[in-house]
Design a protein around this ligand. Structure first.
Ligand code: C5P
Length: 227
């Protein structure tokens, strides 16, 4: 069976809303992303709760700190049995290697992926990095992640072709997916079909699914469209 490509972002404040969505969707068809908002309110108990319903979890906490602290935080996260975790590549090589060590000691099959440059950074924000273009910074950080042995990166589908890594095992986790013309707060948005054509390994979908009338039917139609 093909790996599940769909990751649903649980951008909620309340466990009631999480339960309501989870009762309508199927863990054989998608995985779930838990971010800072939900994790800060409920901690590890929300992860266990979702795992007990057979959902696999991408814990999106984007760690960025000194290597020792990131090592300990990644140990704690992988000890929860999460399927995927992310850190900022900008934390540097020693921090990345500390995170990989934590993953290997706790849960070797867990995936550790890197955040390159946040899509919300504008040219002024990026000027401190001494890169003329956003894509050069993204490329530099993607290569750093790859050379350190990370499993992949979070990026826009539009970034993938500009990244000079030819290794089918390196994974691209892509937010900014839309089923219609509505981009919400994304600079660029892509349909699931276009994202997959551009090389996306996993599609992160929030509002397009969670605010749809029938989340289960929406997920099924996305899966059909990218088959
Ligand atoms: O509702 P929407 O599909 O826009 O949700 C996108 C999800 O992807 C949110 O959870 C957001 O935090 C996340 N995201 C991300 N990295 C980005 C852009 C969005 O993890 N560069």
């Amino acid at each position: 069976m093909l790996d599940k490509k769909i990751i649903i972002a649980l951008d909620y404040d309340s466990i009631t809303d999480v339960d309501s969505l989870c009762n309508q969707i199927n863990p054989t068809q998608c995985r779930l992303k838990v971010g800072k908002q939900l994790f800060t309110r409920y901690g590890g108990s929300i992860i266990k709760n979702l795992q007990n319903q057979d959902f696999e979890i991408f814990l999106d906490l984007k760690f960025h700190d000194i290597p020792t602290t990131v090592y300990k935080a990644c140990r704690a996260a992988f000890d929860l049995g999460v399927w995927m975790l992310n850190i900022h590549i900008q934390g540097g090589e020693r921090m990345i290697k500390a995170a990989l060590k934590a993953r290997d000691e706790s849960n070797p099959s867990g995936k550790l992926i890197g955040v390159t440059a946040l899509t919300s950074l504008n040219n002024d924000d990026l000027s401190i990095y001494n890169f003329n273009e956003r894509s050069s910074l993204v490329n530099h950080l993607a290569l750093k992640a790859y050379n350190c042995g990370m499993d992949g990166i979070v990026c826009s589908p539009g970034d993938i072709s500009k990244i000079g890594i030819s290794d089918d095992d390196f994974q691209y986790v892509t937010p900014g997916i839309r089923l219609n013309q509505n981009k919400d707060d994304h600079e660029q948005a892509f349909t699931p079909q276009d994202a997959v054509k551009l090389g996306a390994s996993y599609l992160v979908l929030g509002r397009a699914v969670t605010e749809s009338d029938n989340p289960d039917a929406t997920i099924k139609s996305i899966i059909k469209s990218i088959d």
